[in-house]
Design a protein around this ligand. Sequence first.
Ligand SMILES: [Zn+2]
Length: 232
Amino acid sequence: MPASRELLELQEVDGDLAARSARLTEIDALLGDDSALRALARRLRREQAEVDAGLSRQQELDAAVAGFTEKVNAAETKLYAGVIMNPRELRDLQADVEMLKRQRWTQEEALLETLVGLDLARSSRDASAQQLETLKESWKAEQKSLAAEQERLRAETAALVERRGGLVARTPPPETALYEQVRKSRPQPVARMHNSACGACKVGVPSRTAQEVRSSPSPTRCPNCGRILLPE
Ligand SMILES: [Zn+2]
């Protein structure tokens, strides 16, 4: 009879080790990965730049409007001061005032549009800033929990490796060697036989093989899937 209990336990330990190893690989990739944070920070910087551009555009337009107002006031003062008597000169000056007012109006329209845009840009920036703060908090918490999980999995892995060492020491080397060989193609290299069929691939085994599984001192393999068959 092969070392059934040891081989099955070995398979169980290897399964546990594989699961931990897979999760540790995932954790490795997640730990320190702040790409989402950095992407959001980049967006925030872009949005801040838009706000800054809007503010400087607003300043330009404010200055332009103020400049036209100054010119309009000067022209109107001249117009109503009563010093110009020539009707043609008066008409020309009146026309100048109207033109200056139209030019100012164009700048005021642009200013209004800029203010609306600035408002939207500020809203987006504030929303991103808020989102970034929230994400930073959840990221920190997630990293902390991943680090704790990593520590736990490493400790469990160390314990499993030790347990595996004990099992291998108790299993005859040819059986361990066969186990390792089958494991290269089958993650679960051991199967129990049920009703003269392989418990893993479910294919029935010839009665001579079934007999061998029950009585042979060395391991017998499933003729179909190649796993090491253990008596039921
Ligand atoms: Zn099989």
